[in-house]
Design a protein around this ligand. Structure first.
Ligand code: 4AD
Length: 477
């Protein structure tokens, strides 16, 4: 006997061999055809049962969702749609599934319903494809950095510093919430807390990654990050995964080159290795698009969109140029934007980012040199003293997917910026040390992993590309 995965069997040329296969029943038609899936591929293997040879009570237990083991001969398929099938000689029900209550019936379910059943939603074609793609993208990311001389660094999850300065962090404490120790001033006394200071879940591994870049040269982190912002949108999670490379002696132009090459590489990887899943999603999304009004339909199909990104240069545009384009744009003049662009210095909202990418340039865009006061303290101040060497990459359908910058390497300038923002030097003494001992130009960026998975799968809600989404008011499973 030869135990193989469905994927291996379907790609097998040699027929007429005895095989064993285990999986979950997708459908059982006419008391004869079992469509079996084990998660190894989007495709099911057809198992043909001669019902006269099997006990009726056993066949009744072959219901959608049941786990079974099948033994039989792998033969050339008589039917259309598959090369091979299994003629079943014996079968065993490993785990029954009650057809009355099993939520994943063989029909189309809404994404909302499937989110409520996230523990079972990977038994559907769409979610199994999405999660296989997620896994492949993750591998492609490690592969890219490994092949390009980067070291993988695990940055801390519990942190005493606020990297982005946004203050939207989740507190980590084991103090008694009802009766915390207080200081003389009546504030919570974190000196008595577990770590002897205020600690939070990290919003980014960047600051720690910088310390390693300034010794190991090229490093990256790929870990969970947490943000307590109350953003209930289809692009925000409270817990998401971020990839953050950091490179010594690299300036902003090098950072843009790295980000573009990296994005193209990981997307090419899935185009090559996840063809069947992508073809399935391409078709599914195309059919969904047909139900939308013409004006809202996407101009490109999924695979076309991915190839477009790998085959074309990203357009590099300064913030100042972008503001000019937006100020003179139709939606701005006709007051169609929710936030109108009147002057230089305005923070860009997702409606503006999407206009630039989807309507104006019609390709991925890298915006750089943003006003200093809308960006984080650690970004390198330009000679104009108004802008910083920041860059954001904007993707069609997603908006901002990457945020990065050249870092401020000059001790005095950094200290001034921290003082202006009331960031205590004592908190980041080690970060300042990097500027005291062998400081150098260095840069990096952060890619929101789920935003990449959204782009690569065409899914429109970020909750559908992470196994168990954490969002305001929701931490089920
Ligand atoms: O632009 P952000 O906040 O940048 C940083 O955290 C820097 N420390 C990165 C660096 O330079 N090393 O976040 C980076 C990316 C965004 O472009 C976005 O893709 C994603 O992280 N992101 C989110 N993804 C999902 N849910 C959220 N709430 C997100 N916030 C940011």
């Amino acid at each position: 006997m030869n135990t193989k995965s469905v994927s291996e069997l379907l790609n097998q040329d040699i027929t007429l061999q005895k095989v064993t296969i285990k999986g979950w029943v997708r459908t059982f038609r006419a008391n004869r055809f079992i469509a079996l899936n084990d998660g190894s591929t989007i495709n099911n293997i057809q198992c043909v049962v001669d019902f006269e040879n099997f006990d009726e009570a056993l066949l009744k237990r072959i219901t959608t969702g049941a786990a079974i083991e099948v033994n039989g001969d792998l033969v050339e398929s008589q039917g259309k749609g598959q090369k091979v099938e299994i003629v079943v000689s014996s079968l065993e029900v490993l785990g029954d599934s009650d057809p009355e209550t099993y939520p994943i019936q063989p029909k189309k379910h809404s994404f909302e319903f499937l989110r409520e059943n996230a523990h079972l939603r990977t038994r559907t074609n769409t979610f199994s494809a999405v999660m296989r793609l997620r896994s492949s993208l993750s591998f492609a990311i490690h592969k890219y950095f490994n092949e390009n001389g980067f070291y993988y660094m695990h940055t801390p999850i519990i942190t005493g510093s606020d990297a982005e300065g946004a203050g939207e962090m989740f507190r980590v404490t084991n103090l008694d919430a009802k009766n915390p120790p207080l200081t003389k001033e009546g504030k919570v006394n974190y000196k008595e807390d577990f770590f002897g200071k205020e600690t939070n879940l990290t919003v980014s591994g960047q600051l720690e990654a910088e310390t390693y870049a300034m010794s190991l040269g090229k490093v990256y982190t790929f870990g969970p990050t947490f943000r307590a912002e109350n953003s209930n949108t289809s692009r925000h999670l409270s817990e998401f995964w971020m990839i953050e490379p950091e490179v010594a002696f690299m300036d902003l132009a090098g950072n843009m080159d790295l980000a573009e090459d990296f994005m193209k590489s990981v997307i090419s990887y899935v185009l090559e290795h996840n063809r069947e899943d992508l073809e399935f999603l391409d078709e599914r999304l195309f059919n969904d698009e047909k139900t939308k009004p013409q004006a809202e339909r996407s101009e490109m199909r999924l695979i076309e969109k991915l190839k477009f990104v790998t085959d074309n240069n990203f357009k590099r545009v300064s913030y100042t140029e972008a503001i000019d384009i937006l100020r003179n744009s139709k939606p701005n003049k006709k007051k169609k934007f929710k936030y109108l662009i009147n002057e230089w210095g305005a923070d860009l909202q997702s409606e503006h980012e999407r206009f630039l990418v989807e309507k104006h340039f019609k390709c991925p865009v890298i915006l750089f040199d943003y006003p200093a006061n809308i960006k984080a303290f650690y970004m390198r101040l330009n000679e104009d003293e108004k802008t910083v060497r920041a860059m954001d990459i904007l993707f069609p359908g997603i908006g901002e997917i990457v945020g990065g910058s050249q870092r401020e390497e000059r001790l005095e300038v950094l200290k001034q910026k921290m003082a202006a923002l009331d960031i205590p030097e004592e908190e980041l003494w080690w970060y300042l040390d990097l500027r005291k001992y062998g400081t150098a130009v260095h840069s990096g960026f952060g890619l929101g992993f789920e935003r990449l998975v959204m782009f690569a799968t065409g899914m429109s809600n970020i909750r559908d590309v992470i196994p168990y989404p954490r969002t305001p008011q929701n931490a089920e499973f």
